[in-house]
Design a protein around this ligand. Sequence first.
Ligand code: FEO
Length: 172
Amino acid sequence: MLNEKIAKLINEQINKELYSGYLYLDFANYYEDEGLDGFAHWYQVQAQEERDHAMMMRRYLIDNGVRVTFEAVAKPDKVFKNTTDPLKAGYEHEQYVTSLINNIYAEAYKIHDYRTMQFLDWFIKEQGEEEKNAEDMLKKMHLYGNDAKGLYALNQELLARVYAPSTTGPAM
Ligand code: FEO
């Protein structure tokens, strides 16, 4: 049986991961409207990964005897002034998610919940990759986004992203 506080934090994190997916679908909606189908596609794939993160946490709680409960998922309310804004928001959001995962890890460490620490190891690594991806996108946009040909090429590159369920992550 998991510690009550840890179970609550992971249950809350399921909601945050579902919100992340919802937020990224909102980014995709924006890019579809702007005619940037590659950017939209990239965030649509990202939303699928976020749902997977939520499912991994749900499975972990269930497998540890916790009754999972769902709350309402918040409405994405970001307003974008230009096509770089979602990328900035995405990078900031991933840094925020890293802080949430780190917080759960710190709580698990405090009470010697080694099982949860081990479960979270994959997420700690994943957050490093997610932050890097978000930062790389932002850098590329700054480098190439101001030129029509550069933006077109970047859009095509993002269009090539393929969704694949993680083969290294926790069970879903
Ligand atoms: Fe589930 Fe983008 O972190």
